[in-house]
Design a protein around this ligand. Structure first.
Ligand code: D41
Length: 691
């Protein structure tokens, strides 16, 4: 049996977790880091597992989903869920026509006061009824045909924005909250990106994301979908003391009960203010974090709503005023390819122009080959194009019924674009990568600015003063096309650039000159080979010693280098297989870029091969990292603690317990000088080792 202490702890955990849910999902203001939230959640789960009698229907652990269903039970709504009349006239006249009808029905004369309305957003999701009894969420149902819906309680519980218990000590006996389950655009994009990465199916759009998730028979799947909720009205209500008298006050009351209500809403007097709301929201539609397909106007006073009543399931007191659709049908005229700054080839559908989401769209991204395969988009296809928010228009699906016959061939990016449309270098698709890429990193105009910026960066060639603004100018004026051109710049050319004083031109030329004397590791890193970061560049430099040996290396050779796997090896081989890149490398060397070359590991390694060293204390000149790199370059291993297997302990100032341990075990102890003597038996200069 759970003791009173345990009961109290479980209750406290539930309250705290729900408070964090509310802060995160409703207020959009997280109160604790995810890790802390997870800890609380797991503690509660553990308690409930140990004491099953603790489990309650309003426990946040119930949100994660139960058993899959065969089908959803049907439920009859206590109060029918009406539908909403749509004003098809999307101009201001739509709002005026609604106001005129309401005034007429209410028998108002033209000199009577304006009617008070509530203007709100029309969320594009799935309408849901939430039933709270004594303040606890007991059931949730879809709208269905308005009379009968589907019981989707398990799935709705997974929506963290929906309170499992109302925030009040005096709840109404029954309170049905109606609203829309929806998916935020950022959540939708993030979810799809994750799915794409894992080669799993993506959601077509946020609305289908929301509706499809709630209709999932397996609540575990619904639990993984990032859903949200906004309330817009009520169903059955029993025993609500001080029930509000207007729609706006009802929504305010729901906010106080912990139910999410969208803040983009306003009480309007008369048609003009409705028109203003419609226009204002239209202008900000793209910036909203979720899709809307219009705005909704409602007569604010509930008594007037009752007077107005409804016709054929549509209240006379409400209307939806639509915006242009965010999805339309059009035809793919061609599939072309754009080369991005990193060399990724993005397929783009050229479309028969179509008006979507308020603009005319002529192109839509197809992301990559996997996406084309998944959606099976072909030239000539009729497709659904979506443009929502500020994101680039996208082809969301093909209307297969309308595919021309005989069917056009599948689109294959490598087949249609064996070479880069920008520079003619080879196009490859690396294992495990979604994108096909141009291999002409140093040469390709699309990648020029990015390549130059990387080339000049501090950890690469370290050309101070050669930043993005300057590169922008140099490339745009055709003065620099590849990194090799940087070494041909002169004071005269630089002086013609914007904001280039004589002094800064001289400084830049000095920096360019100084960069010629570099290290092999920096040079390799500067080339911007895909998947070759600074650490890998150092490993490669150390291993091969000379650039020509690296250029000549096969994938097998490369994979003998520490930390170099098949993907990195493949990137390197492909980079040097591209003649354009070799040409630039040759021109860089011809321009005077040089570095000390060594024989590489074949001859210089092995001094410490198979030896394990431990570093302790502060060495007089070497940092810990450099000492480690040097030891590793000589084939040794650096371990964290001293044991019988330790060959040497390198001790510096303030060496502590490791030194004592070494003495105890009789391990050979070296100081820095002794280590260096080991590493440099023939007194090679430090420079040669300074990778
Ligand atoms: O945001 C919405 N999708 C929304 C839907 C809204 N803001 N208000 C709505 N109001 C109603 C009435 C007037 C019938 C209470 C609605 C809907 N109905 C509705 N949604 C789906 C069917 C009906």
């Amino acid at each position: 049996m759970a003791s009173p202490d345990i009961l109290a702890r479980a209750a406290a955990l539930r309250q705290e977790i729900e408070r964090h849910n509310y802060a995160y999902y409703v207020l959009d203001a997280p109160t604790v880091p995810d890790a802390e939230y997870d800890r609380l959640f797991r503690e509660l789960q553990a308690l409930e597992a140990e004491y099953p009698e603790l489990a309650t229907p309003d426990s946040p652990t119930c949100r994660v989903g139960g058993q899959p269903l065969d089908e959803f039970p049907k439920v009859r709504h206590a109060v029918p869920m009406l539908s909403i009349r749509t004003e098809t006239d999307t101009t201001a006249a739509g709002a005026r026509a609604f106001d005129a009808r309401v005034r007429k029905e209410l028998g108002l004369a033209s000199d009577d006061a304006p009617v008070e309305y509530h203007a709100e957003l029309k969320f594009d999701g799935l309408a849901i009824n939430l039933r709270y009894e004594q303040g606890v969420l007991v059931a949730a149902a879809t709208r269905g045909d308005g009379e009968t819906g589907e019981a989707v309680s398990q799935n709705v519980r997974t929506v963290r924005a929906i309170p499992l218990r109302l925030h009040t000590d005096t709840p109404p006996a029954v309170l049905e909250v109606r609203g829309e389950v929806y998916m935020r655009r950022d959540d939708f994009e993030r979810y799809n990106a994750k799915q794409r990465e894992a080669s799993k199916p993506t959601l077509v759009n946020p609305r289908n994301g929301a509706a499809g998730s709630i209709r999932q028979l397996d609540p575990a799947i619904a639990a993984q979908r990032p859903l949200s909720f906004f309330a817009y009205g009520l169903g059955e209500v029993q025993g609500w003391r001080d029930a509000p008298a207007t729609h706006s006050a009802t929504l305010d009351a729901l906010v106080k009960l912990g139910v999410p209500v969208c803040a983009e809403r306003r009480v309007c007097r008369g048609a003009d203010e409705l028109v203003a709301f419609h226009a204002e929201i239209a202008a900000r539609r793209d910036q909203l974090p979720f899709d809307i397909d219009g705005v909704v106007y409602k007569v604010n006073r509930l008594d007037l709503q009752r007077d107005l009543g409804f016709v054929t399931r549509e209240p006379r007191w409400a209307v939806a005023h639509k915006y242009p659709a965010q999805e339309e049908l059009t035809v793919v005229e061609a599939i072309e390819v754009q080369v991005g700054r990193t060399g990724a080839l993005t397929p783009v559908a050229r479309l028969v122009p179509v008006f979507v989401g308020g603009v005319t769209v002529t192109n839509a991204t197809l992301h990559n080959q996997d996406e084309i395969d998944r959606k099976d988009v072909r030239v000539g296809d009729t497709v659904i194009v979506r443009r929502a928010g500020d994101v680039i228009p996208e082809v969301v699906a093909v209307v297969l019924d309308r595919r021309p016959q005989p069917a056009p061939p599948r689109f294959d990016i490598l087949q249609s674009h064996p070479v880069c449309p920008e520079c003619g270098s080879h196009v490859v698709r690396l294992e495990g990568e979604a994108a096909a890429r141009c291999t002409g990193g140093l040469y390709c105009p699309a990648q020029r600015k990015q390549a130059l910026l990387h080339f000049a960066s501090r950890r690469a060639m370290d050309i101070e003063g050669l930043g993005d603004k300057l590169i922008e100018q140099l490339v745009d004026r055709g003065l620099v096309r590849t990194p090799a051109d940087v070494y041909r710049l002169d004071a005269e050319t630089l002086s013609r650039l914007d904001r280039m004083a004589e002094r800064s031109a001289a400084n830049l030329l000095a920096a360019i000159e100084a960069s010629k004397s570099t290290t092999l590791a920096r040079f390799i890193f500067a080339l911007g080979i895909r998947n070759v970061g600074e650490a890998t560049a150092k490993d490669l430099a150390r291993h091969f010693g000379e650039l020509d040996r690296l250029v000549a290396a096969t994938a097998e050779d490369l994979m003998t280098v520490r930390e170099v796997g098949p993907i990195v090896a493949q990137s390197i081989v492909q980079f040097f297989a591209e003649p354009h890149n070799l040409d630039v490398v040759g021109r860089l060397r011809a321009a005077g870029v040089h570095w000390p070359e060594s024989a590489g590991v074949q001859q210089s390694a092995g001094i410490l091969a198979g030896k394990t060293l431990v570093l302790t204390g502060t060495l007089p000149t070497l940092t810990r990292e450099v000492a480690k790199e040097r030891i590793e370059a000589a084939g040794g291993k650096v371990a964290g603690s001293v044991s019988k297997k330790t060959d040497y302990v390198v001790a510096g100032e303030d060496a502590g317990s490791k030194l004592a341990k070494a003495q105890e075990l009789g391990v050979t102890i070296l100081d820095e000088a002794a280590l260096l003597a080991l590493l440099e038996p023939d007194n090679r200069t430090q420079q040669q080792f300074d990778f």
